[in-house]
Write a protein that binds this ligand. Structure first.
Ligand SMILES: NC(=O)c1ccc[n+]([C@@H]2O[C@H](COP(=O)([O-])OP(=O)(O)OC[C@H]3O[C@@H](n4cnc5c(N)ncnc54)[C@H](OP(=O)(O)O)[C@@H]3O)[C@@H](O)[C@H]2O)c1
Length: 288
């Protein structure tokens, strides 16, 4: 019998990591890590520690690195910690991959771009506006210079059926409670269903692809337009949705205006990503 390819998911307790763990388990031997959100099936692993035991013990063929500090404002006000976890932590994952010559799949972000242009292709010049984006770009550079077989998968505005505090469930909860919500109408993102990322990564693994790919939903929308679609699909009253422009908000970290990503390179591989409405319909189905 041929042994299954072994994948180590760093950050398998996160929004994306938990979906990757669930969906890729069908085809691969999956090992996952958590940090604060402990789970019986996951190893506890801290990116701040020098310990590479997990790599030595598990000897994965592929490492998918989704972990880190993803709170953009927290990164801005805690830069030393953000560097330690997001950048130095990625350096450690690279060292771990080198022990077994594992392929490294690094999850990056649309926030490496300054948002002045939109519809960014993989070769466009990055220029992050905030510290989170800077840590992710620095990590991309480390991955590219590592000599490993790698994929950098840049994604944007994740959503899925199991998220708690994140955008889609937050909107559903607010609308369900008939609370008014103000939403940004002048920033564009490409919302991405985590299930689609699992499928796209699986396809790229099977095709033995390397390099940088944009992995996002097929539609660019503002958070306000996303909320309108959520209200429509889940049958809530749209009167509770109020558009707002970004200059009225006082964030710690500056946000890029239009970070929509072009996914033609991915589509040319025959990989399809859902529109936001298609993604919401899938979530609705999963919640039944
Ligand atoms: N969310 C988005 O909209 C978005 C957009 C673009 C790109 N991305 C990228 O996509 C990836 C996944 O994002 P996500 O939203 O799924 O992240 P998330 O839900 O915030 O999960 C982050 C993961 O990192 C782990 N982690 C945090 N600090 C750690 C530490 N010190 N040591 C080890 N593990 C640690 C967490 O573990 P515990 O939960 O157990 O503490 C969790 O498993 C990230 O690389 C992010 O930059 C996300």
């Amino acid at each position: 019998m041929v042994a299954k390819t072994k994948i180590l998911i760093i950050g398998a307790s996160g929004l994306l990591g938990s979906k990757l763990y669930e969906q890729l388990s069908e085809q691969y031997k999956i090992i996952g890590t958590c940090f604060k959100n402990k789970a019986k099936n996951l190893y506890t692993y801290d990116l701040a520690k020098k310990n590479l035991t997990i790599f030595k013990e598990t000897k994965p063929d592929i490492v998918i690195h989704t972990a880190g500090i993803t709170d953009v404002d927290y990164c801005e006000t805690n830069q030393e910690e953000a560097y330690k976890i997001n950048v130095a932590g990625t350096e450690k994952v690279i060292q771990g991959c080198k022990l077994n010559d594992s392929k490294l799949i690094y999850l990056s972000t649309d926030f490496i771009f300054d948002g002045k242009k939109g519809s960014y292709i993989e070769e466009d010049l990055p220029n992050p506006l905030n510290y989170y984006g800077k840590t992710k770009l620095k990590s991309e550079q480390l991955v590219k210079g590592s000599g490993l077989n790698y994929i950098i998968a840049r994604t944007s505005f994740l959503y899925g059926s199991k998220q708690n505090k994140k955008f889609v469930s937050w909107c559903i909860n607010k609308l369900n409670n008939e609370e008014y919500i103000t939403l940004i109408a002048d920033h564009m993102r490409t919302p991405t269903l985590v299930d689609d990322i699992a499928e796209a990564l699986n396809a790229l693994i099977l095709k033995k692809r390397q390099g940088t790919y944009h992995l996002t939903g097929s539609e660019k929308l503002s958070p306000f337009s996303m909320a309108v679609r959520i209200a429509e699909i889940f049958n809530f009253d749209k009167k509770y949705l109020k558009p707002i422009t970004s200059h009225k908000l006082n964030w710690a970290a500056q946000r890029p205006k239009n970070t929509s990503l072009n996914i033609q390179k991915l589509q040319q591989e025959g990989i399809q990503m859902s529109s936001f409405v298609e993604g919401l319909e899938k979530i609705k189905e999963q919640k039944k």
